[in-house]
Design a protein around this ligand. Sequence first.
Ligand code: BEZ
Length: 326
Amino acid sequence: MNKVLTTLVTTVALCTPLALSAQDKNFRVGLITPPVHVWNKQVDAMGETLSEASDGRLSVTAFPSGQLGNEGTMLQQLQTGALDMAWLTTAGLTLRVPDMSALHAPFLVDNIADAAKVLRSDEAIEILDALPAATGTVGLCYAMTGMRQIMTKDPIASAQDLDGLRFRITPAPPIQTFFEMFGAAPAPMPLTQVYDALANGQIDAIDMDHESILNFGYHDHAPHLLETNHQLFGMVALVSGRVWAKLSEEDQGIVRAAAQKHCDATIDSFVEGEAGKLEKLKAIDGVSVTEDVSQEFFGDIVERWDADWAEKTPYVAKLRALTASF
Ligand code: BEZ
């Protein structure tokens, strides 16, 4: 091989992987939710947006239903760069980012439109700044699933009836505090295990949102719905910090804009769809719905929860002040 050709081959060999990684990227995105969930549909749509904005260079492959493990496992994979992106619950981040617990303050808002305002607020967005140091990820934007409700196997007439119930909760300290405070026995468990745990009698009740109740059919085994709206339930679109650092500035901009577009579409979809989902649940044979269960039903739990968590994060006071201004 002559010298010019050797130099050319060496240059191509050295430059090709670098050029490819700088220009073409298929983002592997992990989710705990099943393909029918709004999040999954928006992740697929985000793939199309990325592809259009990058002339086909950037794309998405989604891994739904906890295929890559539960949220804690996905967070570790993001940290090492084994996973590129994930749409994870704010609950799943609270262990590493205590400030995020404030988003789970009980009765921070009492309707989904106000939940959307909280998630779009400067105060909430500020919390994302802690993610790189605490988790090795970059938080691109928030979205949500619906407001949290309570579903039980047996009818519930008063807060005393909740006493001692084995309650499935999303694993997260601020949620655990709330359920412990009204005397339940919280059973932290990933979304993927909830249906079977209800079916086999391992748990008596669940903390859940309309979308997931409909998607999984939890009413098969827990037909009594208490419409409490006791908590908003956020999601963060995350990208691995290691993966982010390898993207060009231009691609970071494209990814940020695409994620924001589909976070916004997700929030809008939940705000618009919440009431209709409740109507669907009410129309299901055998489902009983107790509407308008207010904060008073839980006695002084909000004050007690705030007293406990305000010591752990200043965002409890910041977010309470914010929602008081709505
Ligand atoms: C849950 O853990 O309850 C949950 C997680 C993601 C979406 C909806 C619900």
